[in-house]
Design a protein around this ligand. Structure first.
Ligand code: SF4
Ligand code: SF4
Length: 347
């Protein structure tokens, strides 16, 4: 008889899970979940797997990514076993398993390590600026070069290998048969889900949240394009300048609303926030705000005397690009989109 792996449950708690052992397997959570289907039924199965410690079953599953964290299951659970939180913690755990560097797991499990990583990157930026005699032009040029290099290297060295690992765990290892035609045909789905996350519209009363997420994704990608490709801080085109102001303001406004929700804790999905959740929304808000302020100071001819503002923006940017994007909550956006793609291949 197979033994129960209790160590897994203890490990999962470090990723934010709690009280899931209270589950008595009634199935209410699965019944109320608007995204659960006959072929892909959750969250009860994932709770069972977690209670029994079936790591391999979870690692090969895409179900944690098919959940959009609406919180309905938790609302109706008679045992207050918090199934929605369990699904969230499974996503964090899976992220740590896909990550070949193992840094995701380390950062998720330890707040002091996360703080230390943030402090080291911040101090490195300040040390570099000091090394360059706090020369604004040099530091800004380095900041722009960093943006381009960071995007390319984080994708090539971290995110792509991690996606290949996810593919291995969920498609190749379980011997899912999918033709090349299926891969090509389903690719459009990947793009659509990545940009729209439209499946979350099936969650009850989720239209406004979906709209906020949609605006945030578009705003984020537009800011990336404006700053990296169009070099916003040096661009003289009025259209580009205004575009940058608009998208950075959108990012700030939407993320501040997310921060407000997490502080108020009125909705099920914002009642329990881990450090990684806070970092994601706060850093995104700071990025929008600081980018807006830097461009404003450039236009008012004030940045030369206020290098600290650009340094602050650069620190936020470096921490975002080197910690939150490759190892933090940003990756959920990528893995969830690929999970939809892989689920389609499996289907
Ligand atoms: S509703 Fe609660 S008790 Fe019932 S199966 Fe789901 S988590 Fe377990
Ligand atoms: S949080 Fe929502 S989508 Fe996720 S399992 Fe619960 S009811 Fe389903």
């Amino acid at each position: 008889m197979a033994s129960i792996n209790t160590k897994f449950g203890k490990d999962l708690k470090k990723y934010g899970a709690f009280d899931f052992n209270a589950c008595y397997n009634c199935g209410t959570c699965t019944a109320v979940c608007s995204l659960s289907t006959e072929e892909d039924s959750f969250p009860r199965e994932m709770i069972r797997f977690s209670v029994l410690g079936m790591e391999d079953g979870i690692k090969s599953s895409l179900k944690p990514w098919l959940c959009y964290y609406c919180g309905q299951c938790t609302t109706y659970c008679p045992q207050t076993a918090h199934p929605a939180e369990l699904m969230m913690s499974l996503r964090r755990w899976l992220t740590s398993r896909y990550d070949w560097t193992k840094l995701s797991g380390l950062l998720y499990r330890s707040l002091p390590v996360s703080i230390l990583a943030m402090v080291i990157t911040g101090l490195t930026v300040i040390a570099y600026a000091a090394f360059k005699d706090f020369d604004l032009v040099t530091v800004m040029h380095a900041g722009h070069t960093f943006e381009m290099l960071a995007i390319l290297s984080v994708f090539a060295l971290i995110l792509v290998p991690n996606l290949i690992r996810m593919w291995w765990f969920t498609i190749l290892k379980p011997k899912v048969k999918a033709s090349l035609t299926a891969y090509i045909k389903s690719f459009w789905d990947l793009i659509v889900h990545m940009f729209t996350q439209k499946r979350s519209l099936d969650c009850e009363d989720n239209q406004f949240r979906w709209f906020e997420h949609f605006i945030l994704v578009i705003g984020y990608l537009a800011l990336l394009f404006t700053t990296v490709v169009l070099d916003w801080f040096s661009n003289e085109s009025l259209f580009v300048i205004l575009l940058g102001y608009v998208v950075s303001a959108i990012i700030f406004i939407v993320t501040i609303d997310f921060v407000y929700d997490r502080i108020k804790k009125k909705k099920e999905l914002s009642r329990f926030s881990q450090a990684s959740d806070w970092m994601f929304v706060v850093w995104l808000a700071l990025m929008g705000l600081s980018a807006f302020a830097v461009r404003l100071f450039i236009d008012l001819d004030l940045l030369e005397r206020n290098l600290w503002l650009y340094l602050f923006h650069l620190i936020i940017l470096v921490q975002w690009a080197l910690i939150i994007v490759p190892f933090g909550k940003w990756t959920h956006f990528l893995y969830r989109s690929f999970a939809m793609y892989f689920a389609r291949l499996r289907g």
